[in-house]
Design a protein around this ligand. Structure first.
Ligand SMILES: Cc1cc2nc3c(=O)[nH]c(=O)nc-3n(C[C@H](O)[C@H](O)[C@H](O)COP(=O)(O)O)c2cc1C
Length: 440
């Protein structure tokens, strides 16, 4: 059964009743307009446009035409912070042949796009959006030449049931040392290029996220909590030391993967897939000790349990729960983690909330559940949603993301460059027809 995203408060309250969920709710959206200073940078408002990969760079890894179009739309949209999408730091860790890739050859292009984003933001809205770059290694999802070339932390029978991966694809400790250096070096390069911050990406089961559950791996990066968190916490510490106080070091972090122990982080070692934040809380404390400036919390895996990662109306499978149950798991989970975390926290997974997303997030923010609201799919459908929210207006039902997963369907096709097929149809409907429906 498909659930449509709520387009009014009444529809939302009815859905809450049907799904047995409950959320805080505020009619007053003024909390979004409170400035916040993080890592020496001041965000004009509390709206974050989450990292949204377009798979549309040049083959060298520089932003191309569609990439620039997307970021200019975001820049005009009025968010206080724009999270620049997954950008590879090692070539073999690219998720597709057109993934962003920071190298000597592409540096100037990155410098140009950050300065263009800021200029466009000032021109459209009178303030400069803060721009953070997401530094990544795609691990088991690496496809630098367009065919799977997985590099894994350990063999995982849940993911490898149909496609076993040879042990030779398990990365060595020395390789992970090199990755540590690449992440730290690229954080400094990002600062030099004009970014305001760098994200040491550790989410959605890409390599750093996978390592957090490497309970059965041997060596310096597996087994104990200390070892499994070594790469993330060490890279954060060294990146912070190198980039100094006027630069944000952050991480987009999976608080919970949704897979049973010993294959998932944020679950109990006693079995089941209910979130257990014991280790997540320990990790957050360690990140804070190591100098992290803010944390962007997310959950799940977009390939195996997208209903956890981005609750949807229509997708690749019928979800085992009402989408609002997934949204509540995410937002209540983030609020629980926020209680013990003294640095600013960003939420994820709110697009399914439709026209009431800002009211629900305002409700959470008013009671200290998180500090900033992070929009993912909504930014592709409704790139100026931040301006609507900060002006105190209701989101326009005709512009909302309907959570139909067509962007993801495009992304999963070879050469696919995702965008919103429904609301940005002039550009993306032809791509959808060609790549997904097989019609010219
Ligand atoms: C097309 C597409 C591209 C994405 N790219 C990234 C990415 O580069 N990095 C990342 O951390 N998450 C990425 N995500 C996940 C989103 O940032 C976000 O976490 C997810 O869509 C749930 O939030 P939402 O409910 O607001 O959409 C992507 C999602 C989609 C649909």
């Amino acid at each position: 059964m498909a659930y449509n995203v709520p387009q009014s408060k009444e529809a939302f309250l009815k859905m809450c009743e049907e799904s047995g969920t409950a959320f805080p709710y505020s009619e007053d959206l003024s909390v979004f307009n409170k400035e916040i200073t993080i890592g020496g940078k001041t965000l004009h408002n509390r709206i974050v446009y989450q990292a949204m990969e377009g798979c549309d760079g040049t083959y060298d890894g520089a932003p191309d035409e569609l990439t620039k179009r997307r970021y200019m739309r975001f820049a005009r949209g009025g968010a206080g912070l724009i999270w620049f999408e997954a950008t590879a730091v090692l070539g073999e860790g690219r998720a597709n042949p057109r993934q962003m890739y920071l190298t000597d050859k592409t540096r100037d292009d990155f410098k140009r796009i950050v300065s263009d984003i800021k200029e466009e933001g000032i021109k459209a809205n009178g303030f400069e959006p803060i721009v953070v770059i997401q530094l990544t290694h795609s691990g088991r999802y690496s496809k630098p030449e367009g065919v799977p070339s997985p590099l894994i932390a350990y063999n995982n029978p849940i993911f490898e049931k149909d496609n076993p991966i040879d042990k030779s694809r398990i990365v060595s400790d020395e390789y992970l040392d090199t990755l540590h250096e690449a992440l730290v070096k690229n954080a400094l390069i990002a600062k030099e290029l004009g970014f305001d911050g760098a994200d040491i990406k550790s989410c959605h089961r890409y390599l750093l996220s996978e390592i957090l559950s490497a309970y059965n791996r041997e060596g310096r990066y597996g087994g104990s909590f200390e070892n499994r968190t070594r790469l993330l916490t060490g890279a954060v510490k060294d990146a912070k030391a190198l980039t100094g106080k006027d630069f944000i070091i952050t991480s987009r972090l999976n608080a919970y993967d949704g897979f049973e122990y010993p294959y998932g982080f944020g679950v109990s070692p006693n079995g089941g897939i209910t979130p257990d934040f014991t280790e997540t809380k320990m990790l957050l404390s360690k990140l804070v000790e190591n100098g992290i400036d803010m944390i962007d919390i997310t959950m799940g895996n977009p390939y195996f349990n997208p209903h956890v990662n981005r609750p949807y109306s229509k997708g690749g499978y019928e979800p085992p729960e009402h989408p609002l149950v997934g949204v509540q798991r995410m937002l209540d989970g983030i609020s629980e983690l926020k209680k013990d975390t003294p640095v600013p926290i960003i939420s994820s997974g709110i697009t399914f909330l439709g026209s009431v997303s800002a009211n629900v997030c305002a409700g959470y923010m008013e009671k200290g559940g998180f500090d900033m609201a992070g929009y993912g799919r909504q930014t592709l459908a409704y790139p100026d949603c931040a301006n609507a929210i900060t002006s105190g207006a209701n989101l326009d039902a005709k512009k909302l993301c309907i959570c139909c997963s067509k962007c993801t369907e495009i992304m999963r096709k070879p050469g696919g460059t995702p965008g919103c097929v429904v609301r940005d149809n002039e550009v993306y409907m032809p791509l959808y027809k060609k790549l997904v429906l097989g019609k010219e």
